[in-house]
Design a protein around this ligand. Sequence first.
Ligand SMILES: CC(C)(COP(=O)(O)OP(=O)(O)OC[C@H]1O[C@@H](n2cnc3c(N)ncnc32)[C@H](O)[C@@H]1OP(=O)(O)O)[C@@H](O)C(=O)NCCC(=O)NCCS
Length: 297
Amino acid sequence: MASLNLEGIKGTQLEWLKNDQIRPYVFVREDMRVQDPGSNFNLSWFPDMPLWFNPLQMDKVSYANQILNMERRAFHSVNMAMPRWVFYDCAIMPGFVAGFAHRTATLPLEMQVALGGKSQQEWTPISLFIIIPTMRDGEWFAHNLTSINSLLNSEDRWYALGFLTKCFGLWYANIKTCCGATQWTSPALRLHTQYGAFEVLTAFTPSHDYAHTITYRVKVDPHYWESYFLKKPIDNFEKLYESTGFIVEPKDEQSLIQLQRKIENHEGPFFLSPMEIRAKAKGESLSVYRPRVLKKI
Ligand SMILES: CC(C)(COP(=O)(O)OP(=O)(O)OC[C@H]1O[C@@H](n2cnc3c(N)ncnc32)[C@H](O)[C@@H]1OP(=O)(O)O)[C@@H](O)C(=O)NCCC(=O)NCCS
């Protein structure tokens, strides 16, 4: 088990995590509460007891309303806000919903403005992560990540709120394998590649609303999370992966189709480098890697 310490990693930029006005929350059915939360990885980043709200209790509808309000505002510009029935059918019923919440009484003014007002509830959700199980044993699909940061001016944002929201969900629910889908030129690609070895499952995805969607699978590994904060390459990446020589151009459809053909021809598995994605502006060309074949000596 990994034992990582967030203290001192990023100095005061992560002070908000210690603020007692902020708590992680889980919004899951009572009969689906995680039995042994946080037991895969020995992390001390988050408080032991998150807030718990039961989405099947009618009095908790206001919490669902607040989540949907934030999510709708965050996804409005890309026209991908989640319909209410999708939240119920594809998240609340089968999955795990989590994030951070701020005590409403002390919610900063800029957050109130971003959310279009202040709720009557004790807690206000300010981030969201949703994962749902797939038919494959132990494999989950991340279907939503939202942070209030995307609605704030840069000086008002809390560093890594979105990043840590996904860390919290993966850690708390003991997720070992997490798939997801995002667009090649989305800023979110920088986040999603930082949670573990990042395999490309589709490079061109015409069955999605946006064909330029990348579908990925991550073997969750908190050492990547630490490297993210330290801004250093993951220790064994170069040992485990080698460049294929293929460079993918995220803005070039033909390049995405070329990589997709390679995947369909079983020339992979193909991986992207977390450090390279972090270092480059969105849309820049990216090297495609494959696992090294380790020679027996
Ligand atoms: C994507 C999202 C969840 C990121 O959360 P966040 O709280 O804004 O981001 P974090 O503070 O965790 O930042 C993590 C990194 O992403 C970068 N980042 C975040 N938003 C960015 C943007 N719009 N453009 C470029 N980089 C961005 C940050 O600079 C940071 O990188 P750095 O450490 O190298 O500086 C959030 O912006 C969001 O909700 N966006 C709208 C909804 C969405 O697109 N969700 C993702 C769907 S796949």
